[in-house]
Design a protein around this ligand. Structure first.
Ligand code: C2G
Length: 487
């Protein structure tokens, strides 16, 4: 049994209060709106959750100290724009080392801090809150369904996995399954941007478009989120997980979603103000726009859907014009690894490592992949951070090297891509492409086995380091074939 304080008595705060109270914990709920506390305390029903009875064990308080003092966990469940203020008035009642959960979704527009960073930043202002432990609890979780015990999943994200598991243990029950994740920034970024994409799907519905359009916006929306998140050093798994695609789908497709509802009204011609008024609750996607636009510019990430929503919401562009603009954008491929993507990966890996990333390139046939090849690739990768392997095509092997490969190009490519040292495999179709490859893929070092010593020194003229590594003497593809033929 834990003592848990919840700051904020909106539908999500109340839904969570009910989950943890029913789990046998002592729950105290505070709100800045005294009349809200009065009503909840007496009626035991939230006006926006009319068919949900609030357990009698939950106590409602008007003084924030009563929801903060002597608590195992404090949950921030106020709207994103009130997080900093709430942290500032709660600070004196929060002990250092406190576990604090943020369930609001957003990013602060002037600092570009996620909300757990805002809480930490505000609390540490008195110089004695250096050790608070922040958790983001986020996922596909409509309060209307959680409060009716409809099976739900959610992510408990914290840099400290033990703390994430501590929170997992408190919230997990037969109706709520909690997953842990240490990528707290990625989880918070997903929770923020998905609300903007949900506005877009709502606008599309309001304009009379169908599920095809929604599916397109959701699919390209998660691509926008993951591009920005990757550049910020977040994990791919986060975008493909519950806080990413999971929450995006539930927010974009559900009638419970405020962002989707507000988008529909905007698409139908409501002004932004009237749409928010009609929804009657906070529309976090609108609050999130300034910060996300700033982040996209800062990391140089193209986010056409986010930009389109921003044009409609903040620049009063006609929604129909934006849809046309989105549909007429320059043609693109879903396939990654163009030179542009390489630049993007370069930037993202540089952000991840905080240093300039050193890029290595090597060439070969790599047929009947063996440990001599692996030794070469391993040592090549050890010279830098990113290894591009240029794999001889079947035609190039036959026409230029008179090599008939056992495995096709695609098979050899799949084998190479499964090697942990290899970051990218592209085709080698002629002897002369090396000069352009080293520029297109921003190469620092060219590597080949020393059976090629001296053959590629001309690449130094392209500003590239040329390294020849000792071959592994006793093994070769030719030798393998000979040995196999003998038996
Ligand atoms: N290698 C090695 N030890 C071996 C066999 C190969 O270190 N026992 C190295 C080679 O020196 C080469 C790489 O593994 O750097 C790939 O070898 P191959 O597939 O034989 O490549 P190759 O036919 O030499 O093609 O434009 C350059 C060519 O594509 C190189």
């Amino acid at each position: 049994m834990k003592k848990i304080g919840i700051l904020g008595a909106g539908t999500w705060g109340i839904a969570l209060a009910r989950v943890i109270s029913n789990g046998g914990n002592i729950v105290t709920v505070w709100s800045a709106l005294e009349e809200e506390i009065e009503e909840l305390s007496t009626k035991r029903v939230h006006p926006k959750l009319p068919d949900v009875t609030i357990p009698k064990e939950i106590s409602f308080v008007k003084e924030i100290k009563d929801a903060c003092l002597d608590k195992d966990i404090i949950i921030f469940a106020v709207p994103s724009i009130f997080i900093r203020k709430t942290a500032s008035i709660a600070r004196e009642y929060i002990k250092d080392g406190q576990i604090i959960i943020d369930v609001a979704k957003g990013i602060e527009s002037d600092t570009l801090y996620t909300l757990t960073e805002v809480i930490k930043d505000e609390l540490r202002k008195d110089g004695c809150h250096e050790n608070v432990r922040l958790v983001a609890l986020s996922g596909p979780t409509h309060a209307e369904e959680v409060s009716r015990d409809i099976p739900t999943t959610i992510v408990s994200a914290c840099k400290d996995l033990e703390v994430a598991e501590y929170v997992q243990n408190i919230f997990e029950n037969t109706c709520m399954r909690v997953y842990t994740n240490t990528d707290i920034i990625g989880v918070e970024l997903c929770g923020t941007v998905k609300n903007i994409i949900a506005l877009a799907t709502g606008i599309a519905s309001g304009l009379g478009y169908g599920d095809n359009t929604k599916a397109a916006l959701i699919t390209r929306g998660i691509t926008e989120i993951s591009r920005l998140g990757t550049a910020m050093g977040c994990y791919d798994q986060t975008f493909n997980g519950l806080a990413g695609i999971g929450d995006l789908v539930v927010t974009s497709m559900s009638e419970h979603s405020r962002n989707n509802k507000a988008g529909q009204l905007i698409g139908m011609g409501y002004s932004i103000e009237n749409a928010i008024k009609e929804v009657g609750m906070v529309v976090e996607g609108i609050n999130a726009l300034p910060a996300v636009i700033k982040l996209a510019n800062q990391y140089k990430i193209d986010m056409p859907i986010v930009s389109a929503v921003n044009s409609i919401v903040n620049e009063k562009v006609n929604p129909n014009d934006m849809v046309e603009a989105l549909m007429k954008r320059k043609r693109k491929t879903e396939l990654p690894k163009s030179a542009l993507d390489i630049k993007f990966e370069n930037a993202s890996l540089r952000n991840k490592r905080g240093i300039d990333m050193k890029r290595i390139i090597t060439y070969g046939t790599f047929d009947l992949l063996h440990y001599g090849h692996i030794n070469l690739l391993k040592r090549a990768k050890a010279l830098g951070d990113y290894l591009v392997v240029v794999l001889s095509s079947d035609e190039f092997n036959w026409n230029e090297k008179q090599k008939k490969c056992y495995f096709t190009y695609e098979q050899r490519k799949a084998l190479l891509e499964s090697i942990r040292y290899v970051d990218l495999v592209i085709p080698e179709t002629n002897w002369d492409q090396k000069r352009t490859d080293v520029h297109e893929y921003h190469i620092d070092t060219f590597v080949m086995g020393d059976d090629w010593r001296g053959q590629f020194d001309f690449l130094k003229e392209e500003g590239v380091e040329v390294v020849y590594l000792e071959r592994t003497p006793e093994i070769s593809t030719t030798q393998i074939k000979k040995d196999l033929n003998k038996n």
